[in-house]
Design a binder for this molecule. Structure first.
Ligand SMILES: [Zn+2]
Length: 323
């Protein structure tokens, strides 16, 4: 017999696991917060490297131009000195030509040099800016890393506390089959299934109300709903795999339920009770059944409802995914 305590333990475990999975999810997502900042820094660093190689190339050009200028100036000055001391007309003309060419070259080189030096200054400015930006982005990233680490360790603290609670509750649940053969294995299998369904749906234990699983709202086969009601073992919903426990339904809630239009199966449930009358000896059970006695008008539909149940079985996977 599965006691109320077991279901209470499963509900407690569910609360713990929901928090645990949420925290684990946050923990694994948290480092993604940094990816924007990391991308930005990487971009700036890449730009810096490109600017640096541009700068180096420009500086090389400037050095070459300065050497060219020096040569041109030297050539012009030599020509000018020579002209003063020239003795022949031919010598004079050659020197004049040298001077003219040197002047033209000098002028051109000075222009180029001015241009390249302007570029070099601009590139230098950009390099400085990039360097500043890199420093800034690095410090921003570091402070983000610090707060991320704080965040992560707060998750770890919470997870450690949850682990203590989880172990306590799990220990209780492991006792479900105490004394039976393979008791531990059976309990572990239930825990495993339970954890998996919570991971997917955040709800692993739900009530059966009026023969309907309140997790997936599917009408359960009447004999199965009855097994849940008897509570001899842990039962899983055949449609959504959640653990089921039986819940009494008041008149008001029963009316709500009939509005859904699934009354056919209830009539079937009613039949089931009629057939197995001898099993329900005590007064309490008879009282519960009286809720359904008013619904005899649905008896005609009870055969159809069996078919509906089978059809819905095929759809159960889709229903699960939608949740
Ligand atoms: Zn279900």
């Amino acid at each position: 017999m599965v006691t109320t305590e077991v279901f209470e333990n499963l509900k407690s475990l569910q609360e713990i696991l929901v928090q645990k999975y949420e925290l684990e999810g946050k923990k694994s997502d948290a480092p993604k917060q940094l990816s924007n900042q990391e991308d930005l820094l990487a971009k700036t660093q890449k730009e810096f490297i490109e600017q640096k190689s541009n700068y180096d190339a420009t500086q090389e050009k400037v050095t070459q131009l300065k050497a060219q200028l020096e040569e041109a100036v030297k050539s012009r000055e030599e020509g000018e000195k020579g002209v003063a001391n020239s003795t022949t007309h031919r010598e004079y003309e050659a020197l004049e030509k040298q001077i003219t060419e040197a002047k033209t070259l000098e002028e051109q080189v000075r222009k180029d040099l001015q241009h390249e030096e302007k570029d070099l200054a601009e590139l230098n400015e950009r390099l400085k800016n990039s360097e500043e930006l890199i420093k800034f982005q690095e410090s921003e990233l570091n402070s983000s890393r610090e707060s991320l680490n704080k965040e992560l360790s707060s998750y770890d603290n919470k997870l450690a506390k949850l682990k203590v609670e989880e172990d306590k509750v799990t220990k209780n649940i492991n006792m479900i089959y105490a004394g039976e053969e393979n008791a531990e294995l059976k309990a572990q299998e239930i825990l495993f299934k339970f954890q998996r369904i919570i991971q997917r749906n955040s709800e692993g234990i739900v009530s059966v109300r009026n023969g309907v699983c309140s997790g997936c709202h599917m009408i359960l086969p009447a004999n199965f709903a009855n097994e849940v009601r008897e509570g001899e073992d842990i039962n899983f919903c055949p449609y959504c795999s959640r653990i089921l426990y039986y819940e009494e339904v008041s008149e008001d809630q029963a009316e709500d339920y009939f509005d859904i239009g699934a009354a056919g199966s209830l009539a079937g449930l009613d039949d089931e009770f009629e057939d197995e009358d001898s099993e329900y000896g005590d007064d309490e059970e008879k009282e519960e059944r009286s809720e359904f006695d008013d619904e005899e008008e649905f008896d005609e539909e009870s055969e159809d409802s069996e078919d509906e149940d089978e059809d819905s079985d095929d759809d159960s996977d889709e229903d699960e995914d939608e949740e």
